[in-house]
Design a protein around this ligand. Structure first.
Ligand code: ATP
Length: 268
């Protein structure tokens, strides 16, 4: 396990400063500032339409803010393309698994990790480098419990196992920041248990930001949580304190999932 850099000297792994995204007159993300230290386990929760996915898209670079800045380990990436963010250590796992069904499970991971491999140049012509890379991909599959299906076409996997494959693909580049978009959505209880085990075992060198509706998953994984309401930060703090916040507690009490109606007050 790689230890996290000294928190006092290292810049935050992710710093959002006054991030704003408008769609016409709608402010989907409204003046959001956040600081995630290295190794953070940070959840973003809130009612439908609160701006969670938009915020994740801004961080990932698939959407651009109208105002504000995004820094990854001190480097300004506000206008950086997704490929550059990926090279700088950001990875994303999608709600709809982004796997290539015609390729085998192992080939999916080999391809996902390839751009990040330190000896990737000419590796297709170097059997030893290719073997080294394939072995590394195999270790990522083992970590998510897919070693037994390594040589099967990815299209034959169940939804739950595709999500694990998508997660392994995101981890194949050894990211410093992992963005998880509703990782538990559509999973069986058994798969959620497996997911919690995998994410709980990630090294401290990987910071995680997760958007999630399952409050149990948030409570289990996230040490800090932000609640977004109508694009604004209602509260950010230690997860247990945030979940005990009266407006959040009332909204989650009956369903165990994210509220569908917005709490009324806001504070930054
Ligand atoms: P959910 O929990 O339902 O996924 P969310 O918190 O992720 O919701 P977003 O998907 O970020 O919310 O949407 C925030 C607001 O921005 C919503 O009102 C949505 O309709 C609007 N929105 C999102 N993307 C666009 C877009 N491309 N064009 C116009 N409006 C958009």
């Amino acid at each position: 396990m790689t230890s996290a850099p000294n928190a006092a000297s290292a810049p935050p792994v992710l710093e959002l400063t006054r991030l704003t995204r408008r769609y016409g007159s709608l402010v989907a993300v409204d003046d959001v500032s956040l600081r995630l230290p290295a190794g953070a386990r940070h959840a973003v929760i809130g009612p439908n339409g609160a701006g969670k996915t938009t915020l994740l898209n801004l961080i990932a670079g698939t959407d651009r803010p109208d105002h504000g800045t995004i820094a990854l380990e001190g480097a300004d990436i506000t206008r950086a393309a997704t490929a550059k963010r990926s090279r700088l250590g950001m990875a994303r796992s999608f709600q709809q698994p982004a796997v290539m069904g015609d390729l085998t499970v192992l080939e999916n991971i080999v391809l996902a990790g390839w751009p990040h491999h330190p000896k990737r140049r000419g590796a297709w012509r170097s059997p030893s480098r290719y073997r080294q890379h394939t072995e590394s991909a195999g270790r990522h599959l083992e970590a998510v419990g897919l070693a037994d299906v390594a040589h099967r076409p990815a299209s034959t996997l169940s939804h739950g196992r595709r999500r694990m494959l998508d997660l392994a693909a995101a981890l194949a580049g050894d990211p410093r920041l992992l963005l998880l978009d509703e990782p538990a959505a559509g999973l069986t209880d058994a798969d959620i248990g497996r997911l919690l085990g995998i994410l709980g075992g990630l090294p401290e060198s990987v910071a995680v930001i997760l958007v999630e509706h399952h409050v149990d998953v948030v409570a289990h994984l996230a040490t800090t949580t932000t609640v977004l309401v109508a694009g604004r930060v209602l509260v950010t703090g230690p997860t247990q304190e945030v979940l005990a916040h009266p407006e959040v507690r009332d909204a989650y009490h009956h369903t165990g999932t994210a509220p569908s109606a917005a709490p009324t007050e806001t504070r930054g």
